[in-house]
Design a protein around this ligand. Structure first.
Ligand code: AMP
Length: 394
């Protein structure tokens, strides 16, 4: 899936329309509480500027509903923050394809941020007219919004389509995500171990199926392990399970054979609270009155050993309720093993990214994905229309 990047094309004198992911969290007073997504876009923006180009940045933020409350979804705070980070002026257009956008694009501003794309209903519906307006703003299209790559919103698909004949490339952030979540998985160094956890089997079915076809071992943790335990005829007490997914879990167990590895013990509590009565039970032997809240110590050390022997590791989903110590122990053990290993290590977005950051190991892994849904979809082996249509490396 090798795609041309922003580093592969001439930029001097070009206006580049960059689809970024500035969907940052804001507090009540419109202050950005985490600017990571803006910082992640800096290398691409700086490349354009040092190459002699101009950048017109487009993004969505939140889910505005057009009910008069949209102000709180404005991209103005993101534009202001970007200006601070770049240490240069950033022009902000108060609309997406209106008079102000046209004026700012036609000005000599080197960096322009247009207002939230979702203020225009055409963004979600993939409206061609909306897309053509945006397409008309630039000479080059650049997709650096990994978190939205699995979607078919206008700015992701209809805009690059409308820019056919112009250069259409990926930014550094998307290039890196594709490298780790797709290219490396196509030809992984072995043993290749996947660790999958989280609350629900239903969210991860596609990932489990795809990775069972590629990995040497798929290790299961989190609440979804209890649905697998039920499928094996075990007892899970009051643990979180998906009874309607038991048949599917049976099928996955059958398809996975020895590749699919389940916990051998479970750290349980008598309530969902840090100060509950705690006890470790053999997996599948949890009595009524207890719920599984983490993998047990034997499982944690077994999983850590498998990670230590691996050459490629993919991790998606915590091993237990990592937000509530001591039930973070299993997640911590796995994170520590990944951090200590020399394997290529890829951390899926969402909760596993939050866990590895919270535990302080984010710098010791090869890649922490920035996309939740997009990273899961890529681990499912799905192709993204938004990426497919961009210029291929010859
Ligand atoms: P996911 O978004 O599917 O990756 O799930 C992450 C969430 O699963 C986290 O908030 C964890 O607290 C939760 N989780 C993991 N293990 C358990 C468990 N054994 N019981 C309840 N929730 C769990």
């Amino acid at each position: 899936m090798a795609k041309q990047t922003i580093a592969d094309i001439p930029l001097n004198g070009k206006t580049v329309l960059v689809r970024v992911d500035f969907n940052v969290p804001l507090d009540e007073s419109q202050q950005i509480t985490d600017d990571r997504r803006i910082r992640m876009a800096l290398p691409t923006i700086e490349k354009i500027l040092t190459g002699g180009g101009r950048a017109v940045l487009i993004s969505h933020l939140g889910r505005p509903e057009g009910n008069g409350q949209d102000e709180k979804f404005s991209l103005q705070p993101a534009a202001d923050r970007l200006s601070e980070l770049l240490d240069r002026p950033v022009a902000f257009a108060k609309d997406t394809i209106g008079v102000d956008a046209r004026q700012k694009v036609d000005s000599n501003a080197e960096v322009v941020v247009l207002e939230n794309l979702r203020f225009n209903a055409g963004e979600k519906t993939g409206d061609i007219n909306f897309a053509e307006h945006l397409a008309g703003f630039a000479d080059v299209y650049c997709n650096d919004a990994f978190g939205t790559c699995h979607r078919t919103d206008a700015s992701m698909v209809a805009v690059p389509k409308a820019m056919q004949g112009k250069r259409r490339v990926v930014g550094f952030l998307v290039a890196r995500e594709i490298e780790y979540l797709s290219d490396i998985l196509a030809d992984p160094a072995r043993p290749f171990v996947a660790i999958l956890g989280g609350a629900k089997v239903s969210d991860k079915i596609g990932v489990i199926e795809n990775l069972l076809g590629i990995c040497d071992h798929v290790l299961i943790g989190g609440a979804m392990a209890y649905t697998f335990a039920l499928a094996r005829g075990g007892h899970v007490g009051d643990s979180l399970v998906e009874p309607d997914k038991v048949e599917l879990a049976k099928q996955l167990l059958q398809d996975g054979g020895e590749k699919l590895i389940l916990p051998v013990d479970t750290h349980c509590g008598d309530t969902f609270a840090a100060d509950c009565n705690k006890q470790v039970f053999v997996a599948g032997e949890i009595p009524a009155g207890f719920m599984g809240l983490d993998i047990g110590p034997q499982t944690a050390s077994h999983y850590a050993n498998l990670v230590a022997d691996a050459k490629t590791v993919v991790w998606n989903g915590p091993m237990g309720v990592f937000e509530m110590p001591p039930f973070d122990a299993g997640t911590r053990a796995v994170a520590e093993a990944i951090a200590d290993s020399d394997a290529i290590s890829i951390i899926g977005g969402g909760d596993s990214a939050a866990a590895i950051e919270q535990l302080g190991f984010a710098d010791q892994v090869s890649h922490v994905s920035t996309g939740g849904g997009a990273s899961l979809a890529m681990l499912e082996g799905k192709n993204f229309a938004a990426v497919e249509m961009l210029d291929q490396v010859d």
